[in-house]
Write a protein that binds this ligand. Structure first.
Ligand SMILES: [Zn+2]
Length: 630
């Protein structure tokens, strides 16, 4: 069905990955050094049977599309283009509207690059750029850094870049669309937006120049920092400065460090700390967190060690928490059972700088201090408690109450009871009230009621699902088709489904569904839409369920998926284990054993459904033996 499957069927994952990293046959599988993290002994395994890979060192996993997305740092559609070319498959021809908008984007990218080169030339060689040159040198940037990041100078003229781009054949309208000019009042033409400013070209994750950030050079210039406006290419809430250069380092290091300014990024990179990026003068947005999530789930935020920083961060945390998502983890109960709880899928730590210092100052003064500061980063709660102790008006009852109120939501999210008790004690000590008062507030009447309700409610009975089968992909497809047909189901979808999906195309559909990028299937990229339509045809009337049946079907599918993924992984890992033991690779063997024991524990938590037939027609999509889907 459709060209995605066509492309995948023509390519072999072993061959593709083998051209990237040398692979050696090990039993029925292949192994090599992981391209996503640094290692000395191979723990990266490619499974030809399932056409997927798994790294036992860093957890990277996926199919051929995931591999290209992560090694080339491209999105799903771009990865598909790359693979289509390899496979000699022509993708669905773009519609005239798509062609037009692609052409416009490309033209704007070229225009931006030309402008960046003009500004860069002014900074390096222009007479007018002498002041800017001196300024950049005084900030300690090397010529290599200046050219690698294409820093530039916008001359103090009304028609500097405007004339240059006109000569290169760009129309005034195009130059204005790129955000490089401002329209004169009354419509009498355009003038340069950036004048007498040091310019930082902003590049997207693939390295295209999409906009500019400009720093004032004269004391009386306002504002101090001026960005490109919103354009078809540039959305300041959707980019991170330095990301194109930082991406490989973030993936390797498993951490992204967020700083505030351009100079902080440049200095960090120049000193060899390449996993550093900066939002564009705004608080971190959900889109930015999503960009980083492709690379790592560990975010380190660098802050001034003052109270204002802590306040700003508490606000920012809301966004980060929502964007990082929660995942469902099994938690053992006192009765020896397992229940699922949601916890933040990721780690956020705070790097506190010495008071009054910027990151670039810290690194310039002593580069060795930087790794130490990163290593000393503390969890968010810890940071907030520390700044609370320094700051708040803790003498008055009102001050105490307010301080506690601010920290309580953070404490409530700590699921480990020992850890939570520790912080309750700390908070009690800081605000000078009894621990029990804090603990009682933490449980609060509202919270207690909610928990009680959750406990009292018996789990809804599930429809019948056969436990084992070979048709993981069909079940995944059914899940996505059902979700897009019944969008309200999104609210019931448990977190943590993403890693259960074996096909990148399904992960892409899942990721695009709720993000607002694709409120309706019409907004999906063409090839994904075609694929989804294929799924919907395939499952046909089996998608026509009433709300309640759809909800039950969803629950059943997710459980089924968990069982299938578990089974497949256990099979794959067993093979790897046998092979590792034969070769005496103790390190890998131990890692695999750890994964296997995780898997068997998780198997306990998969609900076995009572035999009921709610939607018998749907059963054949659930991987039942002898299934016969169309
Ligand atoms: Zn790895």
């Amino acid at each position: 069905m459709g060209s995605i499957e066509d492309i995948k069927s023509r390519l072999d994952i072993v061959e593709l990955i083998g051209q990237h990293t040398p692979l050696k046959k090990a039993g029925r599988n292949y192994k090599g050094l992981c391209p996503f993290h640094q290692e000395k002994t191979p723990s990266f395994i490619v499974f030809p049977d399932g056409q997927n890979y798994h790294c036992f060192g860093c957890g990277a996993n996926g199919d051929i599309l995931s591999f290209v997305m992560h090694t080339e740092n491209v999105d799903f559609s771009e990865a598909l283009q790359i693979l289509a070319q390899r496979a000699g498959v022509v993708l669905r021809p773009p519609t005239p509207a798509e062609k037009e908008s692609d052409k416009q984007r490309e033209r704007l990218q070229e225009l931006n690059l030309a402008a960046a080169q003009f500004f860069h030339h002014q900074l390096r060689y222009g007479d007018a750029g002498a002041g800017a040159r001196a300024y950049v040198e005084s900030r300690g940037l090397t010529p290599e850094t200046i050219s690698a990041y294409l820093l530039g100078y916008a001359p103090d003229r009304w028609d500097g870049v405007l004339n240059y781009l006109r000569e290169r054949g760009y129309s005034d309208a195009e130059i204005n669309t790129a955000g490089l000019t401002i329209e004169r009042e009354g419509g009498g033409g355009f003038y340069d937006r950036f004048r007498n400013r040091l310019l930082f070209p902003i590049r997207d994750a693939q390295g295209h120049v999409i906009g500019f950030g400009g720093r004032a050079l004269a004391d009386d210039q306002q504002p101090k920092y001026l960005n490109s406006p919103q354009t078809p290419l540039f959305d300041k809430g959707a980019v991170l400065y330095g990301l194109d250069q930082a991406a490989p380092a973030i993936r390797r290091d498993g951490r992204a460090v967020l700083v505030e300014g351009y100079f902080d990024v440049l200095w960090a990179h120049q000193a060899g700390f390449k996993n550093v990026v900066a939002p564009m003068g705004t608080a971190l947005t959900a889109t930015q967190v999503h960009l980083l999530k492709r690379l790592t789930h560990r975010l380190y935020l660098v802050f001034d060690a003052d109270a204002a920083g802590a306040h700003a961060m508490l606000r920012g945390m809301e966004v980060i928490r929502e964007a990082l998502d929660e995942r469902t983890v099994p938690v053992p109960t006192a009765q020896g059972l397992v229940r699922f709880e949601r916890e933040l899928d990721g780690e956020v730590r705070i790097v506190a700088l010495p008071a009054g210092r910027d990151p670039d100052e810290v690194i310039r003064a002593d580069p060795a201090q930087w790794p130490q500061l990163i290593a000393d980063a503390v969890p968010v709660v810890e940071y907030v408690l520390r700044s609370l102790a320094l700051e708040a008006d803790l003498a008055s009852a009102k001050g105490k109450a307010e301080a506690a109120e601010r920290v309580l939501p953070l404490l409530a999210e700590i699921h480990n009871p020992v850890e939570q008790a520790h912080y309750v004690q700390r908070l009690a000590h800081i605000v000078g009230v009894d621990e029990r008062t804090i603990a009682a507030q933490l449980r609060g009447p509202g919270r207690a009621r909610r928990e009680a309700r959750r406990r009292d409610q018996p789990p809804p009975p599930l429809p019948e699902i056969p436990l084992l089968g070979r048709k993981e992909e069909i079940v995944e497809g059914y899940l996505l088709a059902l979700l897009y047909r019944h969008p309200h189901l999104w609210a019931d979808l448990p977190a943590g489904v993403d890693p259960l999906l074996s096909q990148e195309v399904h992960r892409a559909l899942l990721e695009l569904f709720p993000s607002g990028a694709a409120r309706s299937p019409d907004m999906l990229p063409g090839e994904l839409r075609a694929y989804l339509e294929g799924l919907q045809r395939r499952f046909g009337t089996d998608l026509n369920l009433d709300d309640e049946s759809a909800r039950r079907a969803l629950e059943a599918i997710v459980n089924r998926l968990a069982a299938l993924a578990n089974e497949r992984q256990r099979r794959e890992y067993q093979d790897v284990l046998i092979q590792a033991q034969e070769e005496g690779n103790q390190e890998l063997a131990q890692e695999v054993v750890r994964h296997l024991s995780d898997l068997s524990q998780r198997r306990w938590t998969i609900t076995m459904p009572p035999p009921r037939r709610l939607y018998p027609d749907a059963r054949r999509h659930m991987g039942e033996e002898g299934e016969g889907s169309g």
